[in-house]
Design a protein. Structure first.
Lengths: 281, 315, 503
């Protein structure tokens, strides 16, 4: 027991804090599956724009929906879109990066140029264009953000994999006549997993931010399903009448992103002690 | 070095060309007819057809693509379908807002971040360092558009010091114009400042570990003087590089922030043009942005290669 | 989390911001004594260009109509046809020949005379083969235009058209000059009492009084149309005094606070915008009238008007505005009754409801109504997927392609019940009965009989529950109390400021 406490205390602060905040958000999302104070989509126009109070803890929006319930369900939607965008990015990007590192010059060059091309467009811009082409909605946001993530994953996986290929045990495996596919799976992939996970956490945070921005512009998650970005977009028209409505969803986004970023930083510190610096970096 | 330069420029051209293809293909896929948008719901089909012909939209896509790219090579970006004005002039008008906005944001973020970063490095591991790092984390986590809304809430709704959006135009004088740009610039600067503060701090810490700096400290030079004379100039190199790279973030941020503040800048033009299906404007602006981003990246690469004697791997 | 340090850091940043802000915030305050002769009008959308003969955007007319351009006839604040560039006109007994007499001394802003040749040019241009007029149909009945002398124009029609003078009063029929028509999009030249001064892209258009105008001179010397699309910014600009009058103000939730403020006047008038839940009558299950009636029973119009318009707006039961002669109140035909709706659905074999998609165009009334209606339909088992769209894809897919289940839109053209008789319209509605009444309307000149026929058409549409008939879009104006003469109602989309003055 004491050893456990000691081990926990030796973990980076950012990991603990990030884990805590992320757990809070995930908890809220899970809670919303079984309980919300009110049905999140229940409209009651007579009870609209109520300030926070004993019945509606965070007040109601312009249709009389309970803001706390919407924020809880919004956590679920936000995390789902973020997780799907990261998963899609990893599933496309990591194999691509690995292949590039294994194929040598031409594969490498092709992946690098593809990355250049994708990075030439700011992510939000890509997402706006793609949602314009495909139509607004959660699935298309996942596609757009996933594509961007794939490029980042490919780049990161390739860089990390190249370093692994140069290491002795991989050369030994190759000298023993193992094929590149088996070496990739047995030696390279496990060795880059840490880097990929750290990157995934950071991209998760970016995806949550970008989903919020797109939903704010009306291109993301669609009503009646609540989304933090759309709640902010709605709240902006009521800044004069119900200013508090513009506070809560934004705070929810900030807490989620902060938690994921800290978690990512902490994981990096924990996995690679050389990087370790002031607790919060 | 020359081979590297040629290679980098070739890839720059290749990326730019691929970008035109991608943008054109995506826009072809977006449903919508600009002529129909102009003429609305009671338009007769033959009037819509006439307008399509007038706009040159009745030609097959390879012809339109070739015409567009060919025109751009000669500096002709085409004519906006909705505004009936040359895109170059339209973009120039909007850049007169977006560039000062981005510039102001850059100055603000550097002005906040570099002192904060140095300050934090100077007291590594202590309370001040923690405060700056906390600011860094918060700045990255807070969505730019929410921060923008909060600024409006405080300074426009509560205090009434600023208007909640809009732009009076430069001929209203530099004062009112800059005043209209200030809140958006602050909103745009926050995440950049957060990133920059972290980078400045890291760079400064690296420099502090260098022999000559340690020597200076050992010789008893005051901490302030060490930071100013030795650390700052050296830490500025990576900071300047990042500042250049942040162009792309500023552009992306401007699309959203200009929408929050209804500033008639390039980002808002682009967003509206997508809605109005003004293909010519969207194509040209997106490619212009993409090429600028790629060019800035290439420039940074080349400069790095020139400074750094080690062979440089692409990416 | 080291809270204190973080707060310190935040305080430093905010302090810097506040300092800068304070330095820039101090601006001069002008004292007003004599009545002002300038007006700043707020508008939600910026016009794409300023040529009303080549575009449907309402914002074009909202800047230029009656102020900058004049058609032959004009619509006044009450919706009546009054003289425009033509000071009087005669109609032949068979209704086929219209003789217009132009105002003597009418000139374009570039100094050239506005004569019959210009009128002939404008009308021929609007109906020609390569016309890009958004309302080309208005000119379809014209068989020929002649200019016997400089002040007289004779228009012959191929068939009687009861709405011809009404249509000739629209911005789409503005009289332009052959020399300047091509450049009107950027530098408009008309015959109106105001002329174009400049356009600050993205922000405003400025018109100034035309000193050479031959008619009564307006009280205002300068009119600025400022474009502010964001609701919070609109409210802020009004409160800050940057805007003198904001017609078509659709931030309804802010109206009470302006009503309570003595410095402002709030007027709520009517528009011609029937807002409907557009329904694809050719698609299953909407081809079954019981399903359409079920939806009518499932929609609570009162909640909708409260929720979307904050109570400002009249419910409708068919496609006709209550303020027009010939209106029949059919709002009681399908009272809000979810149980009845469920029963009707069960009768149609859809006891478990069904899935459908609601495609919404960009305006905020559409987005908000759509969200509420989706919730209302869910109560009776109709599971709605909301799909917001920009105008371009909406027009292409829904309006032109008829590829939709449900949509939501206000039809703002005046007297447009005839769209239900168009064979290829996006409702996919066909009714021999409705068309028969329509044919009789075309033959009928007597107003009382016409109104009775309009009533019959309204009843047919309501019985068939063609679309969900929701409400009339209101026209709210918020302005400084000293502003007089702005229109209360919007019989057409325009901001006619020729009669506006300061108290």
């Amino acid at each position: 027991m004491r050893r456990l406490v000691q081990r926990v205390r030796r973990l980076p602060v950012s990991l603990l804090l990030g884990g805590l905040l992320t757990a809070l958000v995930v908890g809220a999302a899970l809670l919303s599956l079984v309980w919300t104070p009110f049905p999140a989509e229940q409209v009651r126009v007579v009870a609209r724009l109520r300030p926070p109070g004993p019945v509606h803890w965070l007040g109601t929006d312009h249709f009389g929906r309970d803001v706390l319930s919407m924020i809880l369900v919004g956590a679920r939607n936000s995390l789902a879109v973020g997780a799907a965008a990261v998963a899609l990015g990893a599933l496309l990007g990591v194999p691509l990066g690995l292949a590039a590192s294994a194929w040598g010059r031409w594969g490498d060059e092709a992946v690098a140029r593809l990355g250049d091309l994708l990075f030439a467009f700011p992510a939000v811009l890509t997402a706006i264009l793609l949602t314009a082409a495909l139509g607004a909605g959660a699935v298309n946001v996942v596609l757009a953000l996933g594509l961007f993530n794939a490029a980042v994953f490919a780049r990161v996986a390739r860089g990390a994999a190249l370093a692994v290929w140069r290491r002795d045990f991989v050369r030994a495996a190759l000298a023993l006549g193992r094929g590149p596919l088996s070496v990739t799976l047995v030696h390279v992939l496990p060795n880059i997993a840490g880097v990929v996970i750290v990157q995934g956490t950071v991209l998760f945070a970016v995806a949550v931010l970008n989903e919020a921005a797109l939903s704010y512009l009306g291109l993301g998650i669609q009503p009646p399903s609540p989304s933090w970005g759309k709640m902010l977009g709605d709240a902006q028209t009521f800044l004069f009448t119900a200013p508090l409505q513009a506070i809560f969803p934004g705070a929810a986004i900030a807490v989620t992103v902060l938690g994921l970023n800290l978690l990512g930083d902490g994981l990096r510190d924990a996995l690679d002690p050389r990087h370790r610096s002031a607790g919060l970096l | 070095m020359l081979a590297f330069l040629v290679r980098r420029l070739l890839t720059l051209a290749l990326t730019a060309w691929l970008a035109t293809l991608v943008v054109f293909a995506v826009l072809e896929a977006i449903p919508g007819d600009p002529a129909l948008v102009m003429l609305g719901t009671s338009a007769q089909p033959e009037a819509v057809a006439a307008l399509r012909a007038q706009m040159g939209l009745d030609r097959p896509w390879p012809v339109r693509y070739a015409g567009w790219v060919g025109g751009m090579l000669h500096g002709d970006f085409g004519t906006s379908l909705t505004y009936a004005r040359p895109v170059a002039g339209l973009v120039a008008d909007r850049l007169a807002i977006t560039l000062p906005l981005a510039g102001l944001a850059l100055v603000l973020s550097a002005g906040i971040a570099i002192p904060l970063g140095l300050f934090a490095a100077g007291r590594q591991g202590r309370a001040g360092d923690w405060a700056v790092m906390a600011f860094g984390q918060m700045g990255i986590a807070v969505p730019g558009f929410w921060f923008a809304i909060l600024l409006i809430l405080l300074f426009s709704v509560r205090l009434g010091w600023f208007s909640a959006g809009g732009f009076p135009g430069w001929e209203a004088g530099a004062g009112p114009a800059l005043k209209a740009l200030l809140l958006p610039a602050v909103a745009l600067a926050l995440p950049e400042a957060a990133i920059l503060a972290r980078i400045t701090r890291t760079a400064a810490l690296d420099t502090l570990r260098e022999e000559y700096v340690r020597t200076a400290v050992a010789k008893g030079l005051p901490r302030r003087a060490v930071l100013r004379r030795h650390v700052l100039p050296n830490a500025l190199i990576p900071v300047a590089t990042i500042l250049g790279l942040q162009f792309s973030f500023l552009v992306a941020g401007a699309v959203v922030v200009e929408n929050v503040f209804t500033l008639p800048g390039l980002g808002r033009l682009l967003y509206q043009a997508i809605g109005q299906h003004d293909l010519i404007v969207v194509q040209s602006v997106v490619v212009l942005l993409a090429v600028t981003v790629v060019a800035v990246n290439a420039l940074v690469d080349i400069v790095c290669a020139a400074i750094d004697p080690r062979p440089r791997v692409t990416a | 989390m080291p809270n204190r340090q973080r707060r310190t850091a935040l305080a430093i940043t905010m302090g810097a911001v506040l300092g800068l802000a304070g330095a820039l915030a101090a601006g001069p305050v002008l004292a007003q004594t004599a009545p002002r002769t300038d007006l700043v009008v707020g508008m939600r959308l910026e016009p794409p260009h300023l040529d009303p003969t080549a575009g449907a955007a309402a914002a074009i007319d909202e800047v230029t109509y009656a102020n900058l351009y004049e058609p032959l006839t004009r619509i006044d604040a009450e919706g009546k046809v009054v003289p425009g560039l033509a000071e009087k006109w005669e109609v032949s007994a068979d209704g086929l020949t219209y003789t217009f007499h132009l105002r003597k001394g009418a000139k374009f802003h570039d100094g050239t005379d506005a004569d019959s040749a210009d009128v002939k040019f404008s009308l021929d241009r609007a109906r020609g083969a390569d016309s890009v007029n958004a309302q080309k149909g208005y000119f379809a009945a014209i068989a020929g235009v002649e200019a016997p002398d400089a002040r007289t124009v004779v228009v012959t029609l191929s068939r009687p058209d009861g709405l011809f003078l009404f249509h000739m009063a629209s911005g789409d029929a503005a009289i332009v000059a052959p020399e300047s028509a091509g450049a009107n999009k950027q530098t408009p030249v008309g015959t109106g009492p105001f002329k174009f001064e400049r356009w600050v892209a993205g922000d405003r258009v400025v018109l100034v009084r035309n000193p050479d105008y031959d008619g009564p001179k307006p009280a205002l010397e300068r009119v600025t149309f400022r474009f502010i699309s964001d609701p919070a910014a609109q409210v802020a600009a009004l409160k800050a005094g940057d805007i003198d009058s904001f017609p078509q103000f659709d931030t309804y939730e802010a109206l009470p606070q302006f009503r309570d403020d003595g410095a402002f006047t709030v007027m709520v008038g009517t528009t011609e915008g029937e807002t409907i839940l557009g329904t694809n009558n050719a698609r299953k299950p909407f081809d079954d009238v019981r399903v359409r009636r079920a939806m009518a029973h499932a929609i609570d119009r009162k909640t909708l008007i409260d929720g979307v318009l904050f109570g400002n707006g009249a419910a409708i039961g068919s496609h006709f505005p209550p303020h027009r002669a010939g209106y029949v109140d059919l709002t009681g035909l399908y009272p809000y009754d979810p149980d009845k709706a469920k029963a009707l659905l069960a009768e149609a074999g859809l006891a478990n409801g069904f899935e459908t998609t609601l495609r919404l165009p960009p305006p905020i009334y559409a987005r908000r109504s759509g969200e509420l209606i989706a919730a209302m339909l869910a109560e009776v088992g109709i599971r709605v997927t909301v799909e917001p769209m920009e105008w371009a894809p909406w027009l292409e897919k829904v309006f032109k392609g008829k590829d939709y289940d449900l949509t939501l839109i206000a039809h703002t053209e005046p007297l447009d019940i005839d769209i239900y008789g168009r064979p290829d319209y996006y409702f996919n509605y066909r009714s021999e009965r409705f068309n028969a009444v329509g044919a009789e309307l075309d033959r009928t000149q007597d107003n009382a009989k016409r109104n009775a026929l309009y009533g019959e058409q309204q009843r047919i549409l309501a019985e068939d529950a063609v679309n969900g008939f929701l409400f009339m879009l209101p026209s709210a104006t918020v302005q400084k109390s000293a502003v007089q003469g702005m229109w209360v109602n919007r019989p057409i989309q325009a901001n006619d400021v020729t009669g506006v003055r300061w108290k």
